[in-house]
Design a protein around this ligand. Structure first.
Ligand SMILES: Cc1ncc(COP(=O)(O)O)c(C=O)c1O
Length: 419
């Protein structure tokens, strides 16, 4: 027998092995100053493209005012206890009602965090006889929710209708034997590549297969659809989504999340959602803050309009310069380049230090080996100057990537990592 920690001492994991070179810079960087289009990184101003503050609410004066007032009124403790026991309030109910009405559902239920809430919702919706069918590129919270499921589960190829049908057929056969039902899970917008889930096509399959449809719309909520109600609204199928999920962590620039659907289903979840039943209620500052933010989503369409003006300028600017931005259908703007992890590190360092551009870098194992993904999130706070400066920077780094500059610069990092 060996000590439990032996494996940890030997292997820090696919990303952890880079910690020595990456931590504090490429991972766990510290962005300082008010959340905005420009922040400070290691004392220098950078254009920030890595913050999901889509509508620019994080530091909006009206939002800051309400947040401060709520903190003064309630402190950070209130209410104490889980909703079911002692942490329930009128304002929690009011927020739920307003969220439900915003996303056009009968009812909603609050979650303290999107991640745990999603895990728990999946857990509550299925039992052993049921089968889950879900997208291969699903967010970690979906994967972890599925891991709790003791029955069968099938992944389908990302956004691939043939694969979805094949797996629905398999799931149907199993359910005919077990007496269970099917839960199909997709994202409204896939956060890495920015593609929308094929919600419309999936919903059309309801004519042929019997399943319930659960959509994680973390990136679609507030950014897509005529009213900002998300990917379902954008694709005209919001009514056919059986359980809708969104987090406050992106467009609403806060913490918390919610699910929405038919009242009977939400009532069931209220009594069966372990992440909420056995955890302290969402604190009041966050509830009051979310009410304010939601009101701004409803009454200030100019925020979404400005966001999309920036998204379109950035994405068309990148395309005009010949960059591969993949198949994004949302604000998420990926830029794909070819190179090794050490080259990616040298390139990002150049972007940050010499061009004042801060974006997230995604490498293997999140994406295939040999690819570098620079992931950019435009927001309503960005300016055309930010976009121009970034486009110039991108052209410069591509040239250096292609002429081997980063390969040379990164040789020492690669050698050290292979030791
Ligand atoms: C698709 C998706 N689902 C769920 C979550 C989790 O939300 P939260 O940050 O509220 O835990 C995120 C956030 O990163 C996300 O991108």
């Amino acid at each position: 027998m060996r000590d439990l920690f032996d494996k940890i001492y030997k292997d820090k994991g696919p990303l952890g092995k880079w910690a020595e070179f990456a931590e504090g810079y490429f991972v766990f960087p510290k962005l300082e100053g008010p959340i905005s289009n420009r922040m400070k990184f290691r004392g220098k101003e950078v254009i920030t493209w890595s913050i999901n503050d889509y509508l620019g609410l994080a530091n909006h004066p009206e939002v800051r005012k309400v947040d401060a007032e709520a903190a003064a009124d309630y402190g950070s403790a209130y209410p104490m206890g889980a909703r079911m026991m002692s942490g329930h309030t009128d304002l929690h109910e009011k927020l739920q009602e307003e969220l439900a009405s915003f996303v056009n559902k009968q009812a909603a239920y609050l979650l303290n965090f999107g991640y745990q809430g999603m895990v728990s919702t999946i857990d509550a919706l299925v039992s052993k006889a049921d089968v889950i069918v879900y997208d291969m590129d699903a967010h970690a919270c979906i994967i972890d929710g599925v891991r709790l499921h003791v029955g069968q589960r099938f992944t389908y190829k990302h956004n691939d209708m043939e694969s979805i049908e094949k797996n629905l057929e398999r799931a149907t056969k199993i359910c005919e034997q077990t007496g269970g039902g099917i839960l199909l899970i997709s994202e409204g917008v896939f956060g890495m590549r920015g593609e929308q889930g094929k919600l419309k096509e999936i919903v059309a399959l309801k004519e042929k297969y019997n399943f319930r449809f659960f959509v994680d719309d973390a990136h679609g909520f507030g950014t897509l659809g005529a009213t900002g109600a998300g990917a379902g609204e954008e694709q005209g199928v919001q009514d056919e989504i059986d359980v809708y999920f969104a987090t406050f962590a992106k467009s609403l620039a806060s913490t918390g999340a919610f699910i929405a659907g038919d009242k009977e289903i939400m009532d069931y979840l209220k009594y069966n959602l372990r992440s909420q039943m056995f955890a302290k209620s969402l604190q009041m500052q966050l509830v009051v803050g979310a009410l304010k933010r939601l009101d701004m989503l409803r009454t200030m369409p100019e925020l979404k309009a400005k966001l999309w003006e920036n998204v379109n300028a950035l994405q068309s600017g990148l395309k005009d310069r010949g960059f591969d931005i993949g198949t994004t259908q949302s604000c998420v703007t990926p830029v794909y380049l070819k190179g090794s992890i050490p080259e990616a590190m040298a390139l990002v360092k150049d972007l940050r230090e010499n061009h004042g551009v801060f974006c997230s870098i995604v490498v293997y194992p999140v994406i295939p080996k040999g690819l570098i993904l620079l992931r950019m999130i435009p927001t309503a706070t960005h300016t055309f100057d930010d976009i121009d400066q970034t486009l110039i920077a991108f052209s410069a780094i591509r040239e250096r990537l292609e002429n081997g500059t980063y390969k040379r610069l990164s040789a020492s990092v690669a050698a050290a990592a292979n030791e």
